[in-house]
Design a protein around this ligand. Structure first.
Ligand SMILES: *Cc1c(COP(=O)(O)O)cnc(C)c1O
Length: 422
């Protein structure tokens, strides 16, 4: 069979790959005695081999120490979230005081909006992208309703391209046009459907110049693309950790709040874990916020799931983030070139929804097969390809620099060709 990307070339590239050794740090699911081609790290990252031991450590300390583990566990539980802070700050491009591991993504968006969506009669609106992740839209509409507004005050920016996802220019034009009525902007930094990466620096600066508070949903951005939240001046951001951060299903999420908002005067939905650490256990009646993003924590830290995150972040700590970016772009770029070649050779009508420009993409490739239905996708799955299918006809795949290989890509091509010509 023909191949655009030969398995021998793929093996050679794998042998030369300076990040290739990271693959052995992860459990790859095995189906039919073969490692799967795992392309859903944008949905649930694979389990690092260090995760089980990290959780086991906390189970042992709980077993042996009971409540004393809060202070005397190997990794004391009381400040447990602090162990994650330096790694998260590096990935977010933030000061350590600006990030905190806490909660879950949608809940964190609500907590952030409680502080950063404070509408006035002149500025009642929220600006978001059309076709946002459904949970984000539900959250935003309920935030509007909470303040006596409704969908009329949700400005959803539509795109001019066929996928309906707005471009940077579409968002910037909407900010120019509607900015004076907008209280808060909340957009996914990387679009979950197409993998488009926004120019967060430029959009943030433009919106802030119009007096808008700027937040980013980084579900598909943290651990995928370079971030400089502090330097960009972003007001707030939230992410989950089970996608690119490989921290396990439903694991602890994260929140970023720029240091300009760390003062006691900021309105927050409060809980005891956000209270000044020195006096928290005096159990006084009045909330005194910690002067950092930690002030948004409401509850004590979920140590077992944070242990999984700690194990995963230890691998990020060893990762050269420039090399990570280069490899993700390269794998995804080669996948797009391979799809182009197949489309031409087999006369298969397909549309790559992911922008081609490196600056506008991460390691995800979304491709729409105009004439294929779910049976096509299922034949890929039967052959060991784990990807994501969205009607109509769209397959989303992510090439994770930690554990995806060039051989994965060559095998994917063989299977695609087989399924398309069957
Ligand atoms: C994955 C994802 C979510 C999921 O929210 P949870 O609260 O973690 O269930 C929300 N928004 C976006 C943009 C996502 O990609």
């Amino acid at each position: 069979m023909n191949a655009f990307f030969h398995i021998d070339d793929a093996r050679r590239l794998d042998a030369q790959d300076a990040l290739g050794h990271f693959r052995a740090e992860f459990h790859l699911p095995i189906w039919n005695n073969q490692e799967v081609i795992y392309l859903t790290g944008n949905s649930l990252g694979l389990q690092p081999k260090g995760t089980a031991a990290a959780i086991q450590q906390e189970l042992e300390d709980w077993k042996n120490l009971g409540v004393e583990g809060h202070f005397h566990a190997t990794n004391p539980w009381m400040p447990y979230h602090e162990f994650l802070t330096p790694s998260l700050a590096r990935l977010a491009g933030a000061l350590p005081s600006e990030v905190v591991a806490m909660g879950s993504l949608t809940a964190n968006l609500h907590f952030a909006m409680a502080s950063f969506y404070r509408p006035t009669a002149d500025r009642p609106c929220i600006l978001a992208e059309a076709k946002a992740f459904p949970s984000d839209r539900y959250a935003l509409v309920s935030q509007l309703q909470q303040h006596g507004y409704g969908e009329a005050e949700l400005i959803e920016v539509h795109g001019t391209a066929s996928d309906g996802v707005p471009s940077d220019e579409d968002l910037l034009a909407a900010i120019e046009r509607h900015g004076h009525r907008v209280c808060t902007l909340l957009v996914g930094g990387v679009n979950y459907f197409t993998g488009r990466v926004y120019d967060m620096a430029r959009i943030t600066a433009t919106a802030r110049a119009k007096g808008i508070l700027v937040g980013w949903d980084l579900a598909h951005a943290m651990g995928n693309v370079p971030l400089k939240l502090h330097d960009w001046g972003v007001d707030f951001a939230a992410w989950c950790s089970y996608k690119y951060l490989n921290s396990g299903p439903g694991s602890t999420a994260g929140l970023y709040v720029h240091e300009r908002h760390h003062g006691a005067e900021v309105h927050r939905l409060a809980g005891w874990w956000g209270h000044n650490k020195e006096s928290r256990f005096k159990m006084g009646p009045t909330f005194e916020p910690i002067a950092s993003a930690e002030a948004w924590q409401v509850s004590n830290a979920p140590v077992l799931s944070m242990a999984a995150q700690k194990a995963s972040l230890a691998l990020f700590d060893q990762m050269d983030l420039n090399a990570h970016r280069v490899k993700g772009l390269d794998l995804a770029g080669r996948c797009m070139a391979m799809l182009d070649a197949i489309a031409e050779e087999l006369h298969e009508p397909l549309e790559i929804l992911t922008p081609r420009d490196d600056a506008q993409r991460g390691c995800q490739v979304s491709v729409k097969f105009a004439q294929r239905d779910r049976r096509f996708f299922e034949s890929l799955v039967e052959q060991g390809v784990v990807a994501d299918w969205r009607e109509p006809g769209t397959i989303r795949m992510s090439f994770i620099p930690f554990y995806n290989s060039y051989s994965d890509l060559a095998r994917l091509e063989q299977i695609l060709r087989q399924s398309l010509t069957a």
